[in-house]
Structures are given as C-alpha cells and as structure tokens.
Design a protein around this ligand. Structure first.
Ligand code: BGC
Length: 372
C-alpha cells in the first residue's frame, strides 16, 4: 500500500512537471486532465494508505506481537507482595535480572478474586491495582513485554456459573484500569480452565469476557487457550470469534506428567520418584508429535501460538530437567511459538531469590549461551 501510494505520488509529480514545462495548450490541458486523474488516484490511495497505517498502529498483527513476546517467564503468582508489599520476595531488581538474562516478557500471574476481592459492584481493591501497576511499570521500564494472566482458575473452575459475575466484573475493572497501557501489555482471559468448564461453557465465558475487554481495549492483543487446562488436546474444541483476529492462542505442556510433576503434592504423581527424561528418540519424537498437532490446528485456524507454561518440578533430577526444558523450548521455537517457563521462583524455580542466584543450568537450558 505504501509502495502504491508513493508510486502515485511520483506519477503526480511527473505530471506536475510536464504541466509546468509543456508549451502546447492541447498538451497542457491533456496533462492537466491527467494530473487531475492522478491527483484523485493519489488522494484515494494515499487516504487508504493512511487508514491502513492507522489500523496497523492501532490493532497490531498478533503474529508480529507473538514474535516479539519471544521467551518469557511466569512471575509473582504466589508472592506475599500481593498481601503486603513489604513482605515481597520479588523486588525491582528482578525485572532487570530477567531482562539481562535474555527473556523478552513476563507472564504476571494475577489472582483478581483472591487479591482484588471484588465488592458487590465488581470494584477491586486499590492495593491490588497499586501492585499491578508497579509490576507493569517495572516490566516495561526494563524492556519486558507483559502478559496479564488471569490466574484465578482454582477459584473459578469448581463453580464457573457461580463465579461468572465476579469474573466478568473483575475483567471489566482490570481492562478499564489498563486501557492506556501500550500494546506491549497483553491480557490473558483465564489460566487453565478445568473440567467443569465444558467446551461450550468455556466458549461462552471467553466470548463474554472478550466483549467486555473490547469495550475499553479495542486494539489490545488478547490471549486465550482451550478448556481442559489449556492442553493441546483441547484445541479441537476451541472456537474463536472470526471477527477478532487480534488473538494469540495459548497451550500449556507438561507431558509426560509422571516426569514433570513427580513428587508434586497437588497432583496424582505426589508419590512418584526417580523418573528420568533422557531425550531418547522416542521421548523427543513424542514432544514433536504433540507440537505438530498443535501447529496443524494453528495453521488451519490461522492463529499464532504461545506456550504459556512448561517446566519440570524441582524433585526430578537436574540433568533430566535440563534435557527436557531445552527440548521443549527449542521445539516451540522451531515452530515460531513464543513461550514462558513455569516459573521464576517458588517451585519449578529458575531463580533462587533467597540466595540471589540463577539456577544456571535451567536458565541456560531456556536461554542458550549462544543466543545471548
Ligand atoms: C498452576 C500452578 C502449578 C503449575 C504446574 C500452574 O498453572 O497455577 O499452581 O504449580 O501450573 O502444575
């Protein structure tokens, strides 16, 4: 479009030149006619170029946004800073450290029901927004893109209809509060909607939340994933509005669970120990197969993909974790997906806050030295 506009612009200039230099009246009026036609063409082309340029700056191309998201890490979901900033583990310096390590974004795990405590009118606590603003300001100041991930799935998934009002009201409040943020801030509708969200119910929630978000944030890139804990298996039942292309689709990947969640008390693998992951041809092919399946869906539906969570719980042996994490990250990158490691600190850690040091093996598996 820009090329077309500038070609028309050059033509018009050429004609203006002919018009100025031509001595013959006939030729002059012909040139004048031509000039008028070209000027009209130029104006129309130019105007639509401006419209296109305007549209480009306002509603970003989600594929381009996804490329910029690149590599990321999940942060502050269970940090006491939400209850009391003075007790926070995560500090200003950690945003800088994350950027310096080579990450491009943070996925901020928000609990608007737990920490925002919506009142009867859906108003969220002032303190919640103060902490949220601090996290967004710090991320942006350190060159990190931000995903505001609505991570209160545990509060909502057991009773979706009962929590719907608070869920939608809190989205309305967050969206309104963040509407002036730059396009580097993205919203994610809900982390890992679990079984009580049938695909139909999830579809309804998504559409309603998206409509609410779009009222105040018509051009914000929004992330949405399938029901069944954002598993790749749920993609086939994910239906997205055709008239909203400014979306990125997220999936989470922890397969095989007996390896990634061995010893994790909140799962059925709490008693499992000693499961290794050796990057055998069968093991790596299984990941490639799952990712190919997700990519086939994404290609068919023309949506970019974001691997919003993956990792291996700290109880697995370190060499296996390193092999697994680097395999998953590279397989995602091969397909041009963005990704975020689960998580910065707490468990599945890549950074040890108490001892102020990276878990270097995990960090280097995520961000190879060669790419820093
Ligand atoms: C959950 C965490 C859990 C992680 C890995 C996340 O989505 O919110 O509680 O540790 O997945 O299972």
């Amino acid at each position: 479009m820009f090329a077309a506009a500038s070609t028309a612009f050059c033509h018009a200039h050429a004609i203006q030149l002919t018009f100025a230099l031509c001595p013959s009246k006939t030729l002059l009026s012909l040139s004048f006619m031509n000039a008028r036609i070209f000027l009209i063409v130029m104006t129309v082309v130019g105007m639509s170029a401006v419209r296109t340029a305007g549209a480009q700056t306002q509603a970003p191309d989600p594929f381009a946004v996804n490329q910029r998201l690149g590599r990321g890490v999940n942060i502050i979901g269970w940090d006491p800073l939400w209850q009391d900033r003075a007790r926070g583990r995560f500090q200003d310096e950690h945003f800088k450290l994350i950027r310096e390590a080579g990450f491009n974004h943070v996925r901020i795990n928000l609990h608007p029901l737990r920490d925002g405590k919506p009142d009867a009118n859906g108003k969220l606590r002032e303190e919640f927004f103060k902490t949220l603003d601090w996290a967004v300001d710090q991320s942006l100041a350190n060159g990190l893109m931000v995903i505001l991930d609505y991570h209160d799935d545990l509060a909502i998934s057991p009773d979706p209809p009962g929590k719907k009002k608070d869920f939608l009201a809190s989205w309305a409040a967050i969206a309104e509060h963040c509407k002036s943020r730059p396009p580097e801030v993205l919203f994610e509708i809900l982390n890992e909607p679990a079984p009580k969200f049938t695909s139909e119910l999830w579809d309804q929630f998504c559409r309603e939340a998206l409509q609410i978000i779009r009222r105040s944030n018509p051009d914000r890139t929004v992330i949405v994933g399938p029901a069944m804990w954002n598993g790749i298996g749920g993609l086939d039942r994910l239906v997205l509005p055709d008239d909203d292309q400014n979306l990125i689709v997220t999936v989470h990947y922890y397969t095989p669970m007996e390896f990634t969640h061995q010893g994790a008390p909140w799962t059925s693998h709490r008693q499992t120990t000693g499961v290794a992951w050796n990057a055998t041809p069968q093991e790596t092919a299984a990941i490639a197969r799952d990712f190919d399946k997700a990519q086939a869906w994404a290609t068919q539906h023309r949506r970019p993909l974001y691997l919003g969570e993956f990792g291996a719980y700290d109880k697995a042996d370190m060499p296996s974790r390193v092999r697994y994490i680097s395999c998953v990250a590279r397989e995602a990158e091969k397909r041009k997906w963005s990704w975020a490691h689960w998580q910065f600190d707490g468990d599945f850690i890549v950074y040890d806050i108490r001892n102020k040091r990276w878990v270097e093996t995990i960090r280097d598996a995520l961000i190879p030295l060669s790419s820093r």
